[in-house]
Write a protein that binds this ligand. Sequence first.
Ligand code: FES
Length: 673
Amino acid sequence: MSDQDPLIIFTPSGKRGRVPEGTPVLDAARRLGVDLDSVCGGRGKCSKCQVAPGYGEFAKHGVTVARDALSAWNEVEARYDRIRGLKDGRRLGCQARVMKDVVIDVPPESQVHKQVVRKRAELRDIVLSSPLSLAYVEVAAPDMHHPSSDLDRLLDALKAQVGLERLGIDRHLLPVLQPTLRKGKWAVTAAIHVDGDPRVVALWPDFFEGPLHGVAVDLGSTTIAGHLVNLVTGEVLASSGLMNPQIRFGEDLMSRVSYSMMNPGGAAEMTRVVREGVDRLIGELVAEAGIGAETLLDASFVMNPVMHHLFLGLDPYELGQAPFALAVGTAQRMMASDLGLTIAPGTRAYVLPLIAGHVGADAAAVALSEAPHRSDDLVLVVDVGTNAEILLGDKTGVLACSSPTGPAFEGAQISAGQRAAPGAIERVEIDPVTREPRFKVIGCDLWSTEDGFRTAVAASGITGICGSGIIEVVAEMRMAGIVDPGGLIGAPEATGTARCIPEGRTYSYLLWEDGDRRITVTNGDIRAIQMAKAALYAGARLLMDKRGVDRVDRVVLAGAFGAHISPKHAMVLGMIPDCPLDRVTSAGNAAGTGARIALLNREARGEVEALVRRIEKIETAVEPRFQEHFVAATAMPNAADPFPILRSVVDLPEVDFNTGGSGDGGRRRRRRG
Ligand code: FES
């Protein structure tokens, strides 16, 4: 290349270099490592290579671009414009040739590795880099003088175009290969999948524009949720969920493990029903998105270890007992049909790796999404569900454990508990002076004390308390001095409110009543919440011990439930360690996001596999200090840890309702803690 050759500068990458006069812009982009898409290999068919040349003075780059810096508009571009239309100022990069110095902008839609912007500031954007791509090729027709198979000529053409040395083809395509080539008059579009051995996974006659699609599935013990995604833009086209049909074998995971232990063929039966459920969900997503099922060619799956084994057709027996040995925990790549799924025949399935016997691929996906291993400060990530999965770490290392919180946070084991649904109490405030409550129910924006509330909730009724509601009401009771740090509800004389009503040997707090219908918080409810939150906190505290710290810099609450928990109330209960309230954030469904990242970015698959190998796994069951932390954490917020940051912003009355059997209803000592 000489100094006389024209200079080409690409934006936004800023890559620049000299190329011989007459070089197509697409070739120049490839030489300089610029991300410019092409499906048809420069045949003017796909328009993926569109670029926007700039003309005039570019002081920043030190060049002036003449109007004739690129070759004139050619017949291929004119034809494309006539038939499909090219945006003003756009050229086809494979047709326009560099004649003089030029500045070329590559618009986002012409980049293969586009960024999908994630809204939360602390998260990096997802770079689109799907293992799937389309390639249009023209294949040499058979020639008796140079005998070779249609397949050899197809693979040779594809390898040359996409620059692969090795390329295979899925067996299911062999019967359709010859008719497809002939129907396309020796031109075909192939979908190539490169995660693992590169393979042709689908074929269309002539030019097929796409887009291709994928599905990210979060296979939970209660619900199966899926997102159908456009692999070119990253856009979610349809999201849906259904109840895990395995529920009929047991609500929680351990009862499903025991079902498999006690019933010959039980595991196989559960495998069959969960695969049917996933298949049905994917069918619904395809219908909702209105796409051709043959374009759905990739799928990613995250799940806990028991669901993982059952979905893969492995008996979860060993996961039901110490030492909780996994049959296999590494990431799995397979055909979706190997999982009994009836998507397109070439669809690939990627199952994220498990972290340990109790810490699943769902936690690995949370780690991929929340990236504690990239964090400068020490972050605690908690995925709250029937099992809390907990990650603690920063750039220097990440620890993980799971803790058996049980279903209390989901409203189970709570006398008035229910799933989050219209009519469920989800927010509660208790006046610290009058100890009168007000609340909101799902489906109504008004507080219960506001005009119009009764009419607004007439249709749904007030039916119970959901998980976030129970956390708020218990924390509010603690802040109002109605329940003591040990979890006892005081008598009316001790608390100063007639809403504390006797129930057996303890008291309940009357949250709402209408005629003979009542919603109360019993002392048993408080106990259930104490047990659940103590398990969660003890797990987090154990990881902090291992790390040698007694503080974390920030807390991320993941999981659908995490999205609804108020940080203040969670901390008053002592669910999470003391830290500034504005440093507690919610990540929503981080496991689902992680599944989507693994679907859209093949490098992320390598990243999560490497991360899982590096994560230090802590088994709570064998750690003696877990029990110690658990006992201290049954108090609200905690009997051992002082929570100074919380106490600087919240008044926590030091009441004590333990009567010691005196029957006087408890003493009240009020002081600011
Ligand atoms: Fe397909 Fe240019 S590369 S139209």
